[in-house]
Design a protein around this ligand. Structure first.
Ligand code: GAL
Length: 643
């Protein structure tokens, strides 16, 4: 099904009915509205204007559209910020972040919680049972514009409260953080300061706790909104729209509050945001890299416990990346089908019509600025609208054979203590995902500690802190497992484990680490054996009582195996990674293919999709009934067949 993001408050009321009718004609069933409309709903404290939203909901509903209503908390209005300046977030340099864009609040402010609860309750009561209302979106893109963490007095107050609950006494806090080092000990929780603005680096244990605290606040704030909505809007579902490559808070935790996860897919914008090489950035500039959107589809399907939407789909060039090229013709259609192939229930485009004013005037919509003329992306959406009807219902998405354990704390820990400048967790996880997808395999993402039942191959690109639950899940797993560098290398308190890394994983893997070396760009350490290639960026010195499957140049173990548990003691280059995953997939009994760089497959029940991101026609192995596209897949097109 298709959807669209719409801002009735941006257009004359006389246009609404026609817009709604044209949406239906395009094959659109869902429309998301309201998420930034606070200043129009409550122009002054307590002076509400619901008339326009009542009429907008009625008009959209009358056209047969189902409404997704956003709570407007991403944009607190000016009068509220003037009344309570302490709501404003503070950056890491200690400067208040001002009014005039969005997301200008800190999750730590008690006043902000009260004000959020107030507006959410008023809106949930008024619209919770509106016949056009299908579901809710809480806030908008938590964490966007670096807003998970704030560094002001409100945050300090809340952090001290959080620490007191967690540690009970300063002795325990001092001990947990290792505060004896550099005389950092505190005598009271009031002595604790935020870990910033110091002469040199701050204590990593303090930073990790500060990050955990802020992440927990995001989940609790979201839950507060969800609880209010559920009370006043029975039978409606709730989602939040997550982002691409934002790891600042634990998405698994926020997901627990929701009925459905959703995410905002800007595949081309993300090429700029990801640490690709210049060559890769240029190669994928107008199509996106073939794994960027799928990586997030699979991640958020996991976060939504099987259910996800695309709440915002890029419809053409965006405005916010350093460069914003026009997507190659066909890509808007391809991305839409790709999301559906990965199990998305709805793909909703951002936005209905390009705004000729304000910050996003360079951002495409399905219609040209201020007009009723479809853009290139709008015409592609129209084609998908027809194709969805022609292809009929798709089979349900099944459990994938491969699981990737994805962990937000590992991201935080490696940002706090990179040890090598280019050790970036999301880069590592993405490369593992890319390599396994090149083998034509479906992938699920799971949180650490989730059951691994039914997975033939389990990939743990890195898991720095291994909880009891995670250890139990690994011990119980039946498949083949691969743990990557730095796994088990820190305790929960950010210390080196007594038995040395991989700490809790020592018994399962048989490995014991004595040294790590980070490698400058251009320096590598060759690896040879059952698999070969090289270590780049990061190399560990490991002893093992297991089998050595590949060795570094000096004879040290690089890849080890003990039963089903394998340990990779480096950041692998492309060749080592591809060979390792191919070898382990075979060991796991999985049938694989070797796909060209620009082709990806995705199976949904008995239907297989193939996507061509490249410049040449690819002859697919389609058998059975082709339900979409052509067997010879042209560039920027898709084929799907039912076996
Ligand atoms: C998203 C956001 C939208 C809009 C869009 C532009 O991050 O949720 O409101 O700003 O980006 O690409």
């Amino acid at each position: 099904m298709l959807g669209v993001c719409y801002y009735p408050e941006h257009w004359p009321e006389a246009w609404w009915a026609k817009d709604a009718r044209r949406m239906r004609e395009l094959g659109i069933s869902f429309v998301r509205i309201g998420e930034f409309a606070w200043s129009r709903l409550e122009p002054k404290r307590g002076a509400f204007d619901f008339g326009w939203l009542d009429r907008a909901m009625d008009t959209l509903g009358a056209a047969g559209l189902k409404v997704v209503l956003g709570t407007p908390t991403a944009t607190p209005p000016k009068w509220l910020m003037d009344e309570y300046p302490e709501i404003a977030p503070v950056d890491q340099q200690g400067r208040a972040r001002g009014f005039g864009s969005r997301r200008h609040y800190t999750f730590s402010s008690e006043v902000w919680w009260r004000e959020s609860a107030r507006i959410v309750e008023i809106i949930a009561k008024r619209y919770g049972e509106h016949p056009a209302l299908d579901g809710w979106q809480t806030d908008n893109e938590y964490g966007c514009h670096d807003t998970t963490q704030s560094w002001g007095p409100e945050d300090l107050k809340a952090f001290r409260r959080w620490l007191r609950l967690r540690y009970q006494s300063t002795e325990q806090l001092n001990d947990a953080w290792g505060n004896v080092f550099w005389s950092m000990e505190v005598n009271s929780f009031e002595d604790v300061v935020l870990p910033h603005l110091t002469v040199t680096e701050t204590n990593p244990a303090a930073r990790l706790d500060f990050w955990r605290f802020q992440s927990e606040q995001v989940a609790a704030y979201d839950k507060m909104q969800c609880d209010i909505i559920r009370k006043h809007s029975p039978g409606r579902w709730i989602t939040h729209n997550f982002m691409g490559f934002v790891n600042d808070f634990d998405h698994w935790k926020v997901g627990e509050n929701l009925d459905i996860a959703s995410w905002d897919s800007y595949p081309i914008g993300f090429v700029e945001k990801f640490p690709f090489s210049q060559e890769e950035k240029n190669r994928w500039a107008e199509t996106s890299h073939p794994d960027i959107a799928p990586f997030h589809h699979d991640l958020y399907r996991g976060v939504g416990r099987g259910r996800f939407w695309i709440m915002e789909q890029q419809p053409g060039p965006v405005n916010w990346a350093p460069w914003n090229p026009v997507p190659k013709p066909g890509m808007v259609r391809l991305w839409t089908w790709e999301a559906l192939a990965h199990g998305a229930e709805v793909v909703s485009y951002f936005r209905w019509r390009q705004a000729p004013f304000a910050q996003e005037q360079m951002h495409a919509g399905l219609n040209l600025p201020g007009s009723d003329e479809l853009s290139v992306g709008g015409r592609e959406a129209e084609i998908v609208g027809r194709e969805i009807i022609e292809t009929g219902e798709l089979p349900a998405t099944e459990q994938a054979p491969v699981a990737i354990v994805y962990d937000y704390e590992t991201h935080w820990a490696t940002v706090i203590q990179p040890q090598g400048r280019d050790f970036q967790y999301h880069d590592l996880a993405f490369r593992w995902y890319e390599a396994v997808r090149k083998l034509g395999l479906n992938v699920d993402f799971v949180p650490p500690g989730a059951s691994l039942d039914g997975y033939k191959l389990v990939l743990v690109p890195s898991l720095m802190m291994v909880s009891d639950a995670a250890l139990q899940a690994f011990s119980a797993a039946q498949g083949i497992l691969l743990y990557g560098p730095r796994s088990g290398s820190r305790t929960r308190q950010f210390a080196i484990p007594d038995n040395l890394p991989p700490g809790p994983l020592a018994a399962l893997t048989g490995a014991r680490l004595t040294q790590v070396s980070s490698l400058r760009p251009g320096i590598e350490d060759a690896v040879a054996g059952t698999v070969s290639g090289a270590a780049i960026r990061w190399r560990e010195y490991v002893e093992t009582d297991g089998e050595v499957l590949a060795r570094f140049g000096n004879g040290d173990p690089a890849l080890t195996g003990k039963g089903g548990h394998h340990y990779l003691a480096c950041w692998p280059d492309q060749s080592l990674l591809q060979q390792t995953l191919t070898y382990l997939a075979a060991k796991a009994g999985l049938e694989t293919v070797v796909l060209p760089d620009h082709i990806r497959l995705r199976r949904r029940g008995g239907v297989t999709f193939a996507f061509n991101y490249g410049t040449e026609v690819w002859s697919s192995p389609a058998v059975g009934k082709v339900i979409l596209g052509e067997v010879n897949v042209k560039p920027q097109t898709v084929v799907a067949w039912r076996e």
